[in-house]
Write a protein that binds this ligand. Structure first.
Ligand code: SF4
Length: 370
C-alpha cells in the first residue's frame, strides 16, 4: 500500500540569548532543563509510533529557538533516540545560529544524516546585529559558514532580516550574503511588537521603504542566479526547501515539542506553549496538545489558496476544483478583477500571483475569503 507523505517538525525552544525583537517560544536556560526537554520530546515521539510507521517521512526539520543551543551530548541523545524512519527523509534540516556552530556539533549532525543547515545570519552589519540584540557578530557568520562547508554540508540556507530602519538598510548585507553563495536564502521583514525591547529603539518602517528593501534583495539575488519561488524565499534551482514547500501545499506534518503545530488530515493541532506544562503533561502520560481544530471543507479550500498562492508556481486549479468545487461568484469576480490589474496570471490550469500581486497578497486574500 502506498504510504502518505508526512513532514516532521521538531521544536527546540532554547537560545543562548533572547533577541530584542523575538516573540517566539524560546528559553535561555541551563543544560539540566534542556536534558529534561530532550527526554520529554522522545517520550512525545513515542506516542506517534503508529502514525510514523504508516507514513512515508518525506522531510524532517529541527527548528527553534536555536537547535544548535543543545550541547553535543544532548544533541547525540536526541538524534539517537529518534526513530530510524525519521532519517530516511529526503531532506533533513537543522537550524543553527552562528555563535553556537562548532565542528563537534556539525560532525554529529552530518553523521546522523542531516543534509541541510539553516543559519540565522539576519544581518552582515555589526551595528545592525547589535540593535537587533543578536548574540553573534559578522565574523561569527563567516567562521560558521566555513565550518559548515568544511563539515560537508552542500545545502545551506541563510536567513536575513530586512525593513529594519532607514539607518539599517539591507543593501550591503544582501550583497555580502550572496557572495557566500548559499543554496537558499530566506528573508523576513522585521516585525516590531510593542511589548519587546526593540520597540523602544526603532519604529515600523513606511511601506515605500519596505518595498525598496525587498526590491534590492530581489535584484541582488536575481543577478546571482537565485529565483524567488515563494513570497520571501529564494533558491538556486533545485534547492527549494522541500519541507516548507510541502507545508505550503498542505501536505500532512507532525509537529513535536513545546508550541509545535501539526496538520493531520482535516485536523490542525498545537501543543502547549509552556515548557513546564509540556513536561507535566508528558510526565502524567497525557498528550501535550493544547488546541485542536477540525477544518471544514471551506477552511481547507481557503487554506489551499492562502498557502498555495505564496508559491510562485501558484495553485493547481484541477486539484482545487476536484476537491472543493467551483469558485464562488464573488471569488470569480475578484479573480477576474485582480487578473485585469495584473496581480494574477493563469496558465495551464494554475492560478498564481504575479510579483506585483505578491506585494498585494493580503488584499487579494481578504477578497478571496469573502
Ligand atoms: S535566535 Fe531566534 S528564537 Fe532565539 S531569541 Fe533570537 S529570534 Fe528568538
Amino acid at each position: 500500500m502506498m504510504k502518505n507523505n508526512l513532514g516532521i517538525y521538531i521544536h527546540i525552544p532554547f537560545c543562548n540569548k533572547k533577541c530584542d525583537y523575538c516573540d517566539f517560544v524560546s528559553y535561555c536556560t541551563g543544560d539540566e532543563v534542556k536534558a529534561r526537554y530532550v527526554d520529554d520530546l522522545l517520550l512525545e515521539v513515542s506516542r506517534y509510533r503508529d502514525l510514523v510507521e504508516k507514513a512515508n517521512i518525506s522531510t524532517l526539520y529541527f527548528g527553534g529557538g536555536t537547535p544548535s543551543a543543545l550541547p553535543p551530548v544532548l544533541l547525540t541523545r536526541l538524534l539517537e533516540g529518534l526513530p530510524p524512519q525519521f532519517f530516511q527523509a529526503e531532506e533533513i534540516t537543522f537550524e543553527m545560529n552562528p555563535e553556537s556552530v562548532t565542528e563537534e556539533k556539525l560532525c554529529i549532525l552530518h553523521d546522523a544524516g542531516i543534509n541541510r543547515i539553516s543559519l540565522g545570519v539576519q544581518s552582515l552589519c555589526d551595528r545592525t546585529l547589535k540593535i537587533l540584540g543578536r548574540a553573534h557578530k559578522v565574523n561569527d557568520v563567516y567562521t560558521a559558514v566555513d565550518k559548515i562547508r568544511t563539515a560537508g554540508f552542500h545545502n545551506l540556507n541563510l536567513d536575513l532580516i530586512y525593513a529594519i530602519s532607514e539607518e539599517h538598510p539591507v543593501e550591503d548585507s544582501i550583497l555580502l550574503l550572496a557572495e557566500m553563495e548559499p543554496e537558499h536564502v530566506s528573508t523576513y521583514p522585521l516585525e516590531i511588537y510593542s511589548h519587546l525591547p526593540l520597540s523602544e529603539k526603532i519604529s515600523l518602517v513606511e511601506d515605500e521603504f519596505f518595498l525598496k528593501e525587498f526590491s534590492n534583495i530581489e535584484r541582488v539575488l536575481g543577478n546571482k542566479g537565485y529565483y524567488r519561488y515563494e513570497v520571501s524565499n529564494f533558491s538556486k534551482p533545485g534547492f527549494e526547501s522541500k519541507h516548507n514547500v510541502a507545508y505550503w501545499k498542505r501536505v500532512d506534518y507532525l509537529g513535536l515539542g513545546v508550541s509545535a503545530h501539526s496538520l493531520l488530515g482535516s485536523c490542525r493541532h498545537s501543543n502547549v506553549d509552556d515548557l513546564l506544562l509540556y513536561h507535566e503533561a508528558l510526565k502524567q502520560g497525557n498528550c501535550p496538545v493544547m488546541k485542536e481544530v477540525m477544518l471544514t471543507k471551506e477552511d481547507e479550500a481557503f487554506e489551499m489558496l492562502m498557502l498555495g498562492l505564496r508559491l510562485t508556481e501558484g495553485v493547481d486549479l484541477f486539484t482545487y476544483h476536484a476537491k472543493y468545487g467551483e469558485f464562488t461568484d464573488a471569488q470569480k469576480r475578484a479573480i477576474e478583477r485582480f487578473s485585469r490589474q495584473g496581480f494574477f496570471e493563469r496558465s495551464e490550469g494554475r492560478l498564481a500571483l504575479t510579483p506585483m500581486g505578491m506585494n498585494m497578497m493580503n488584499t487579494v486574500l481578504v477578497e478571496l475569503m469573502e
